[in-house]
Design a protein around this ligand. Sequence first.
Ligand SMILES: [Zn+2]
Length: 280
Amino acid sequence: MLIDFHAHCFPDALAGRAIAALAERSGLAPCFEGTVSGFKALMERERVDGAVLLNIATNERQQGRVNDFAIAVQLGEPKLHAFGSVHPKAPDFEAELLRLKGAGIRGVKLHPDYIATFADAPELDPIYEQAAALGLCVVLHAGWDFVSPNLIYATPERILNVTKRHKTLNLIAAHLGGFRQWAGAEALLAGQNLYLDTSFAFGEIEPEQARRILQKHDENRLLFGSDAPWLSPKKSFEGLDSLHFPGAWMEKVCSGNALRLLEEGTKKGTRCILKRERSS
Ligand SMILES: [Zn+2]
């Protein structure tokens, strides 16, 4: 079984424009056209059994619409888990996290470069805190990104600070903990209190360094991801498979850990919502 914990889709009306703009800025060729139906066809072709779709609110006005899309996918697509997103400048981000939780969403994605906010900035602490209380995962972009080529907002150092301040949060650092910050990810984040996903790493990182990071980290806290449409699940899987980890390890990383984490999210935090409903 293969669960891709890191993929992106857009609403049909936006996908064409969004993918064209991102492809031009990043210089990357997409492996599907960015729609949910296109991704489901890719999953079928590449034998992916389930996926987590990550959405990003890049400004406070977008937050509601991004989450409306996430909730619609979450409710309508049994093989897809859509994560929402909140923006630290949105006055209602707390209510939005409750709305996501109530709709069965299991986590949110934050992209520090898109919101020009350091991963360990104090304004993100209330988001991390409430996500932890509600049992929502937080996926963080990690390392360099083309949207902010000269300033890295989510360095391994800053992500490590987040793990120290929010010990009960299920924090997931993408790209093995630091895209093009591999040495920092290996030294500072591998082995720490967080999850690492394998998205958009293979093809960039030296295979031996990828192996060291994966070996140093808790095998129960590694998640297979692709970053589709920017790397196909098939290519990401081939990169991971070429490292020849044992079968039981692959089973955990490629599906077992994802299933457990998604299941955990359904149980935790419900009491917190009920308490708020009663007091309002
Ligand atoms: Zn991504």
